[in-house]
Design a protein around this ligand. Sequence first.
Ligand SMILES: *Cc1c(COP(=O)(O)O)cnc(C)c1O
Length: 393
Amino acid sequence: MPETPTSLIRRTPWPDSTSRPLGSPIQPSVVYASPDPDTLDAQYAGTTPGYTYAREGHPNADVLAAKIDGLEGATDGIITGSGMAAVTAALMGVLKAGDHVLGGDQLYGRSLRLMNQDLARFGIATTLADPTDATAFEAAIRPETRMILIEIVSNPTLRVADLPAIAAMARARGILLAVDNTFTTPRGLRPLYHGADIVIHSVTKILAGHSDATLGYVAAKDPTLRRAIYDFAVTTGMTASPFDCWLAERGLFSFELRYDRAEENARALADHLSGLTGVRRVLYPTRPDHPDHNRAVALLGTRGGHMVSFEIEGGRAAANALTRAAPQIAFAPTLGDIGTTLSHPASSSHRGMSEAARAALGITEGFFRVSVGVEDIATLKAEFAAAIAAAAR
Ligand SMILES: *Cc1c(COP(=O)(O)O)cnc(C)c1O
């Protein structure tokens, strides 16, 4: 007898196996079937475990969250569909009209936009202040300040925030401290152990590490806060794709190896760049010539991270010549890839700023930011030397 269409429509039972796969399965199911209403009720009440609807949670997100929880010393982290979703959930899931939020003035570009343009439409006031200057930062606090949002190492000038002072002022005044730890990673510093209440990641970057998954992570120390962030993320549909979560989980197996190698390369590349003709300055947090050297060493020890910035002589023409002379180094506005990538803030992340505002930060046409990868360091040094020589011609 041929199969009837009906038998194809009904799900074929998943094969039983006493052995378990070593690799995590990818579970794309949008919905989960429960045995009866009593059980479903218990699942929603949280008295029996079980997934119901993927927007509210799925195994691939939970496996990924558990891995990042372990790195950050967090519990019950939430995976979102992007790093910006995580930033948005942390702010909008917690703040209400009338609240004030104080942010670092060199936050990630879209975080700045969220603070300056979007929160205001919902009646949430925002001030940006320099987190490397504790006095200026404290002066921007208001009676209605409910949250502080900072990054430890800024983009692209790699300035180091005065985390101990900011955490102390937040604690003393009962203000929530949220840290976007994307640049520093838990390998460099774990914010929850330094007074932060909320930790945020763009998992898209070095945690996942292969430029093939767009994801975010947010964890809060306080379960009530965690619940508010989770509910906001679920209601506004910030859910991550199971496949992306699976890719990021796979990436995380090698995160520590990749990070350590990239950091070792970054340190060596910074020293190499500083010796090349045509290079005006090099920024790397733990180098003695960095403006926040002492704070970087006190906070991060030897963990200067995988990011290096530098400035060459000359304008846009020299910058064009540099990227063209280094075709093996992807000129791409991202960071944290397994391979080295190069970004040019004046034409990308900071293009919306006036030239004068950029100049105040030291971002000229000759300014580049490097996300250092795990390549052979001798190759990297030679490629940068050739590219910088080409730019000088
Ligand atoms: C990239 C990035 C984000 C945004 O993450 P997406 O995954 O691109 O949405 C937020 N903060 C920092 C520091 C980033 O580098």
